[in-house]
Design a binder for this molecule. Sequence first.
Ligand code: ADP
Length: 411
Amino acid sequence: MTDERGPSGGSIVVLNAGSSSIKFAAFGSNKGAAGVPERLLHGEIDGIGRSARLVAWGHDGTSLSGEAVVAAEAEASPPGHAQALRLLFEWLEGRLPGRNVWGVAHRVVHGGEHFIGPVRVTPEVLAQLDALSPLAPLHQPHNLAAIRVIAALEPGLPQVACFDTAFHARQDWVAQAYALPRRIRDAGVRRYGFHGLSYEYIAGVLPSHLGARADARVVVAHLGNGASMCALRERRSIATTMGFTALDGLMMGTRCGNLDPGVVMYLASEMHLGPAEIEKLLYQESGLLGVSEISADMRALEASDDPRARAAIDLFVHCIACQLGGLAAALGGLDALVFTAGIGEHSATVRRRVCESAAWLGVELDGAANQAHATRISTAGSRVSAWVIPTNEELMLAQHAQAVLACGKTG
Ligand code: ADP
């Protein structure tokens, strides 16, 4: 299904490959009414490693996935990434205009110091990205596994890696440094920041909501399963809550966020946990799940009347409130606050509580607008405006891939 003819007629497939699921979408080369590539379809294969299932929807939201569920269930053994991607590419055949794919764009969590923009994947690039896997053990190996599988399945198909770290690459030295000896910094131990594709998208659409204020002091709160916040000035990242890994900053679904490094030493020396056990504890057993002992899912916690669920939400909001103060300090004040991602876009409760805790900064919530999930959720007189803007990392991936492939850029 490879097409080397270029953008005329070729689709871009975008992939976000995780440990047990692969989110995908396909974008056409034609620009839609909004002046951006049109999404033709999107979906997800979940249950990888157990019993994979493909669900997908067309551009108008109609379900497309009936046959693929059957196909996946017909597999003799539980499908891994390779089988899941083979299923996806077979399924895509005939569903894309001209039946061709111009290239594949991958969300890759860590670009390290070297990759500060999207890049066409070569064997050398892949080797360099492999070396970064220890910095993002939950994500990077799965992102790269998908690239390898597609290279084997469709050797001629161009692949582009787009990095969650890249948007933060031009921050000032002080925003990136830890107060560690220089030799440690020189070995690459510094703050990188993540969720860059989401922040880049939000930065791009801010003017359509905020007008000239888009270039002022803005904090974006990306609150999903992974959660972070980013301070923008002139729509560029000047500080962010995640650091060397995607573990730092806010409390998340299963990740702990900010932690005294002394805790890690204590877990090792006094509680006798090994590196793998500590990694599992901090990445997969902490956050909303660890504190509530109920769920990592905000919807489940909001629906629960268990005091542990309430405590988990209290701590989540407290972390956001404290980090917001820190980012406002980095900006020298605050003009706008933007909520995005699953919790940011859908939880009126979390938004209300964050805005209430930010009253000292000048945020005045419009309760009815917030409850109605309006785009602007602050009062007309609020000194700091507050917004709900859905993110679109997929679109960023598609646009980056088109740009890289159009100019033939490699690593
Ligand atoms: P990911 O980081 O996996 O992309 P998402 O951006 O999809 O995550 O966000 C997932 C989070 O959003 C989950 O905690 C989920 O409970 C929460 N969420 C989604 N819809 C709602 C809702 N209506 N109310 C509260 N939380 C929600």
